[in-house]
Design a protein around this ligand. Structure first.
Ligand code: SF4
Length: 427
């Protein structure tokens, strides 16, 4: 069997009507991003300024860190702080002094805002500025918000990267910036492909450590690897950099389109791209075809969660033969996902935001073969007999570029196979 990649649809979903919903939504907060960001930035420390709830969230989501010297922690706001009785700014600075005195390995410190710090209007940018001046050049101190009041779990990464952009040194060099925190294995593969195409002046945001030079300016073109980086996109444009619009590098088709868009921007001819990509494309097609045996013909419903929903729906419908019934995303940044919308055939409901009860009603009525949703919805839906996939796994697992295309498809095939087995056992 070969992978199923139909020609581009004559009518994609770029201009399809959007179902916009604003109501109760079920998502993790932006603090979750710390779990993958601290692995990526090896000399960074994330200090959440929050409550015991925030500390518990981090601890349970990142239990593995128990055996290592942690690179994140929580400065807990006590009741007296919340009541405005103590000077939280001073307390925070004392905490940072203690931390940096103990940990000479920390080169970047992120003060991460939370719901409680926002509620008491604790100005973390002021604290970051003061601490930066105090600890420069050894440590750079930045701040961003991971509060759950208005952010979803992937927006923590967006806020973090966007906070880094104004501090990047200026450069007039012609260069490519690859933007998004990818597992090292996927990032290395991408850099290798780009180098084979002749692109060597390439930087990555976020870099693995603070000493790696990442600069920006009017001759910087940037390509995003994650669909949730709307704030970072805007911050880079404010620094004069130019976005290369492209489908996201999921699957064989997405990866090829992404690489071609970059090549075109740098005047690299298609023959060279083809020579570099022919072999990995064939491997990706073969790997996807295997998982597509389970996925083909099955229907799919996305609850809004990671902001990766549109590119994933494109991959699953076009390369794995699935049928999308609804593709929900927390926010739809057309500047980022329009190339994926162009490739997604007309038909599914495209929804933005969430009113969870209404969406659950639509899902129950549609009875999809596979529902992609957050952890909070997965268990109740499984109990109702629906087969679900947790969206959060997609940010912890290497899923980008050619060599991971088969694994990406398998992530969706596995719950379907398990569901079929359970049905067989029950029969
Ligand atoms: Fe909860 Fe807000 Fe803390 Fe996130 S930031 S754990 S939503 S209190």
């Amino acid at each position: 069997m070969t992978a199923h990649t139909p020609p581009p649809p004559t009518m994609g979903c770029r201009n399809a009507p959007l179902l916009k919903e604003r109501g109760q939504h079920e998502v993790f907060c932006g603090l979750t991003g710390i779990i993958w960001l601290h692995r990526k930035m090896q000399d960074a420390f994330f200090l959440v300024v929050g409550s015991r709830t925030c500390a518990h969230l981090l601890q349970s989501a990142a239990g593995v860190m128990i055996f290592a010297e942690p690179r994140f922690g929580t400065a807990i706001l006590e009741e007296s702080d919340l009541a405005g009785l103590a000077d939280a700014q001073e307390e925070l600075e004392r905490e940072v002094d203690r931390l940096l005195a103990r940990r000479s390995d920390i080169r970047q410190l992120f003060l991460v805002g939370s719901c409680p710090s926002e509620v008491i209007k604790l100005d973390l940018s002021r604290a970051a500025e003061r601490l930066s001046a105090k600890y420069a050049p050894r440590v750079r101190v930045l701040n961003y918000s991971g509060s759950g009041i208005e952010t979803t779990f992937t927006e923590g990464e967006d806020a973090c990267l966007a906070a880094m952009v104004p501090a990047l040194p200026a450069s007039d060099e012609r260069q490519l910036m690859m933007v998004g925190a990818l597992p090292d294995v996927a990032e290395d593969q991408a850099l290798d492909l780009l180098a084979q195409m002749g692109l060597t002046n390439v930087s990555v945001l976020p870099a693995r450590n603070a000493d790696t030079e990442v600069s920006v300016g009017p001759n910087t073109s940037f390509a995003l690897t994650q669909a949730f980086l709307g704030g970072t996109h805007a911050a880079l444009e404010r620094r004069g950099a130019r976005h290369i619009p492209a489908p996201f590098p999921f699957g064989e088709e997405g990866t090829t389109a992404w690489l071609r868009a970059v090549a075109q921007d740098f005047g690299i001819d298609q023959a060279r791209v083809d020579a570099v990509t022919d072999a990995p494309r064939a491997r990706a097609r073969k790997a996807v075809a295997k998982a597509a045996e389970t996925l083909s013909g099955k229907s799919l419903f996305f609850f809004p969660d990671s902001q990766m929903e549109i590119p994933l729906a494109r991959f699953l419908t076009r390369e794995c033969g699935m049928e999308a019934l609804e593709v929900g995303a927390p926010y739809i940044h057309k500047a980022l996902v329009a190339p994926d919308l162009d490739l997604l055939a007309e038909g599914p409901v495209i929804s933005e935001g969430q009113d969870v009860e209404l969406q659950l009603d639509r899902c129950r009525a549609a009875q999809p073969d596979l529902t992609v949703c957050g952890l909070g919805l997965a268990n109740p839906l499984e109990a109702e007999g629906l087969c679900t996939k947790w969206a959060i796994e997609l940010v912890f697992t290497p899923v980008h570029f050619y060599e991971q295309a088969g694994d990406l498809a398998s992530l969706f095939a596995r719950p379907l196979r398990r569901h079929d087995l359970l049905k067989l056992e029950a029969a």
